[in-house]
Design a protein. Structure first.
Length: 271
């Protein structure tokens, strides 16, 4: 696993341009400005705030892009302890210059001064101390994180030893309702699909008004269709989705980025 992880880290290190900018994984459409284009500069990790943000020597606050720390106190403190171990180290901060509404720069942060620089988000996810979540980003610029998370989940590392974080069964609506408001992974088979003007509904039960549903906005559904994930390709398929559970109808997730839903191995339902 260490060799594979090292390979992933090396592949993720993109060369700097003369302007000090880097690019992440560009969206498949390739249209318009690249939402994964970033600026890169050296800084120093001074410490962590009480909220888990990274305080930099330049006076800026940063958050690690495309991940979320565990919400329970025990696992969260373990993740924060892992990050505190790197306090005082020189880092390369790769992010967009505009801070978010909390004044943080969502960024990719790598330790400097080692033969292979350690990406902090990679390290946390690989250890099972963080979950993949791009949040409100316009694009998912770090798709390699999903593979690292899958390996940690298979090996029951960190949070993945805890039933609270393991993927929920889409048919267990009672358990889903208990987790409304939480970030979760849900697995199940799409039984029917309702395409409407502004959004598409992926239904996981026979009673769509009472069961689990994935809601896909029009823009996202178009991107999915461009990747071959239209209604014909998805109906009857097993998938894994991630996001904040909402109390709409039975329970629901809204997918704003195609990568937040993955197809799983398994046979289709009989038609």
């Amino acid at each position: 696993m260490r060799n594979l992880s090292a390979l992933v880290l090396v592949l993720g290190l993109l060369p700097l341009s003369a302007a000090g900018q880097e690019r992440g994984a560009r969206p498949a459409s390739g249209k318009g400005p690249d939402p994964c284009a970033t600026q890169s500069q050296l800084d120093r990790l001074q410490g962590l705030t009480a909220q888990g943000d990274l305080a930099l020597g330049s006076g800026r606050l940063a958050s690690l892009a495309s991940i979320r720390l565990p919400d329970d106190p025990v696992h969260r403190e373990e993740a924060l302890g892992w990050l505190r171990a790197w306090t005082g180290r020189e880092v390369r901060v790769q992010g967009r210059p505009e801070p978010d509404r909390w004044g943080r720069i969502p960024a990719r942060i790598r330790l400097m001064g080692e033969s292979t620089s350690l990406d902090l988000a990679h390290g946390l996810v690989e250890a099972g101390l963080a979950l993949v979540d791009p949040g409100a980003a316009d694009a998912f610029c770090h798709p390699e994180l999903l593979a690292l998370e899958a390996t940690a989940r298979e090996q029951s590392l960190g949070v993945w030893k805890d039933d609270r974080y393991k993927p929920l069964d889409a048919e267990r609506i009672d358990r889903l309702r208990d987790r409304v408001g939480s970030f979760v992974l849900v697995e199940g088979r799409i039984r029917s699909i309702g395409e409407r003007t502004q959004r598409t509904y992926l239904n996981f039960g026979g009673q769509w008004a009472e069961d689990f549903t994935i809601i896909v906005p029009k823009k996202t559904w178009k991107l999915m269709a461009e990747r071959g994930l239209d209604a014909a390709a998805l109906k009857g398929q097993r998938v894994r989705a991630r996001g904040i559970l909402e109390p709409w109808q039975g329970a629901s997730l809204t997918i704003v980025l195609p990568e937040m839903m993955e197809r799983l191995a398994g046979e289709r339902l009989p038609r």
